[in-house]
Design a protein around this ligand. Structure first.
Ligand code: CUA
Length: 313
């Protein structure tokens, strides 16, 4: 994660501001260093064998200089800072903005696209070049949304909706992280933002609005997948998760298109069969405090569930 390679308008504004402040800081540093070196070498009584200068009790010109000078520098920093603060927090989004609702949970991210009727988790897809209005809400405690390459942090406060409006400019994958301590697995509350080309985004949203894959289709090892679907439907999985057409609970992440995601467990693990199996075996072992308990599934059940969940592209 880096703030030095901005990939959205919001990130560019804060980056520019950062460079301006660095510029002023460098100027002040240069003045202080030069003044110190002059004092050490040019005006040193030891170096030149001079008498110490008379003690000056007041010097109006100097007093004015070191009062007005720093005040001007602070003003030069404050004006663009305040401008950027307001610019990055517009009250309204542009009319063509894509609305994405991000709900922070201990310790994962629910992502809803109200207009597209898409629900997913821990991975946010955004089309490059189109304004986005991220509406940030919490299901439990205070969290903070942060994707360094796409802009500054914003707190997520229970009972209050905060917003970020930005235009992602460059396609790519950008890492995000909860930036407010929110409990045991705060550090494991990660996510990814995929900025897609408009065509890629259209393909992704079509895939996400499709119904969940149904076992029994001519897929490899269909029986295994079908067995996994039975494990899912007959275990407590259904009391927390949604798979469209199968279950409707929203305590944990929506799994309708789980197989299409690159990560699992709050963005902390790559979505591989081995990681998924380890996760299903004992979630709190991989993510301390995880709300998903160890369900005591057998190795056979886990293997079948892995096959089923991975078929949900
Ligand atoms: Cu959520 Cu830290």
């Amino acid at each position: 994660m880096t703030t030095m390679a901005p990939k959205s308008d919001f990130a560019e504004w804060t980056h520019t501001l950062y460079l301006q402040v660095i510029g002023w800081d460098s100027l002040i540093l240069a003045i202080v260093v030069v003044a110190t070196l002059l004092a050490l070498f040019r005006y040193s009584t030891r170096a030149r064998g001079r008498e110490a200068p008379p003690v000056s009790r007041e010097h109006l010109a100097l007093e004015v200089t070191w009062t007005v000078g720093p005040a001007l520098v602070l003003l030069a920093i404050a004006i663009p800072t305040i401008r950027t603060t307001f610019r990055s927090q517009p009250a309204d989004a542009p009319a063509d903005a894509l609305e994405v609702k991000v709900t922070a949970h201990q310790w994962w991210w629910q992502v809803d696209y109200p207009d597209l009727e898409i629900t997913t988790a821990n991975e946010i897809h955004l089309p490059a070049g189109r304004p986005v209005r991220l509406l940030l809400e919490s299901a439990d405690v205070i969290h903070s949304f942060w994707v360094p390459q796409l802009g500054g942090k914003r707190d997520i406060i229970p009972g209050h909706t905060n917003a970020i409006t930005l235009v992602p400019r460059v396609p790519g994958m950008y890492l995000g992280q909860c930036a407010e301590f929110c409990g045991l697995s705060h550090a494991n509350m990660r996510f990814r933002v995929f900025v897609d080309s408009p065509t890629q985004f259209a393909a992704w949203s079509t895939q996400q609005t499709a119904p969940a894959a149904v076992p029994g289709r001519p897929v490899e090892a269909a029986n295994f997948v079908e067995a996994g679907a039975r494990v899912y439907a007959t275990n407590p999985c259904v009391t927390c998760h949604t798979i469209s057409g199968v279950s409707t609970q929203r305590i944990g992440p929506d799994l309708t298109h789980f197989g299409s995601r690159t990560t699992l467990a709050g963005g902390t693990l790559d979505n591989t069969s081995a990681n998924l199996a380890a996760w299903l075996r004992d979630p709190p072992a991989l993510k301390p405090g995880a709300q998903m308990p160890n369900l005591g599934l057998s190795a056979q059940q886990i293997a079948e569930l892995v096959a089923y969940l991975e078929s949900l592209k």
